[in-house]
Design a protein around this ligand. Sequence first.
Ligand SMILES: Nc1ncnc2c1ncn2[C@@H]1O[C@H](COP(=O)(O)OP(=O)(O)OP(=O)(O)O)[C@@H](O)[C@H]1O
Ligand SMILES: Nc1nc2c(ncn2[C@@H]2O[C@H](COP(=O)(O)O)[C@@H](O)[C@H]2O)c(=O)[nH]1
Length: 189
Amino acid sequence: MTGKAIIFCAPSGAGKTTIVKHLIKTIPSLKFSISATTRAPRGGVEEHGKDYYFLSEQEFQSKLAQNELLEWQEVYEGTYYGTLRSEVERIWLAGNHVIFDVDVIGGINLKKAIGDRALSVFVNAESVEVLRERLENRNTESAESLEKRVGKAAEEMKYADQFDYVLINRELTDAFAEAEQVVNQFISS
Ligand SMILES: Nc1ncnc2c1ncn2[C@@H]1O[C@H](COP(=O)(O)OP(=O)(O)OP(=O)(O)O)[C@@H](O)[C@H]1O
Ligand SMILES: Nc1nc2c(ncn2[C@@H]2O[C@H](COP(=O)(O)O)[C@@H](O)[C@H]2O)c(=O)[nH]1
C-alpha cells in the first residue's frame, strides 16, 4: 500500500481538530502527524509527544536550520508551528496514511510539496460569529488570543477555493460522516 496524506485546515474554531480526532479513532490506518510548536501546552489537556512536540523557540529554530521541517508558519505573532519530516516518514514507513491538522497556508504548502498523494480539506463554519461562539465555549483562549484567532478567520476563509474539498461543519455528527466518506474514498482510490 502506498501511504497517502490527508490535510485538514480551517479557521480557528471551525472544528478541524475535533473532526481529525474522530477520523483517527474510526480509520485505523490513519495516523496523526504530531507537529512542533513554540506554544505552551493547554494545561491539563495537552501532552508533549501526543498533541504536539512543545519546543522552545531555540529548539524550533535549530530544527528549521537543520531542514527537519517540511513546512512551518508563524501562525500567530510570536508562535511557530511546523511539520516534522520525521513524522511523515515514520508513518509512511509503518504502512499507514498520514493526517495533518495545520493552518491554511501550511496546508496549501503541504499540498504543493506532496502533490497527488495528498487530499486537502478545508473545514468551515457557517459564519465568523459561529467560530467566535465555539472558541468562547471551548474556553481555552485568553481574550487577546481569541481576538487574534477570530481576526484571522475572515482572511483564512478566502483560501477555501484552493482546497480539494470544502466541508461545512454545522451538525457535528453530519460533519463526521461526511469527513469519513471523503477520506475513505481517497485512501482506497
Ligand atoms: N459542529 C459543532 N457544533 C458545535 N460545537 C462544535 C462543533 N464542532 C466542533 N465544536 C466545538 O468547537 C470548539 C472548536 O473546535 P476545535 O477545537 O476542533 O476547532 P479547531 O478548528 O481545531 O480550532 P483551532 O485551530 O483553534 O485549534 C470545540 O470546543 C469543539 O468541541
Ligand atoms: N503551518 C502549520 N500550522 C500548524 C501546525 N500544527 C498546528 N498548526 C495550526 O496552528 C493553529 C493553531 O493551533 P492550536 O493548537 O494552537 O489551536 C491551527 O490552525 C493548527 O492547525 C503545523 O505543523 N504547521
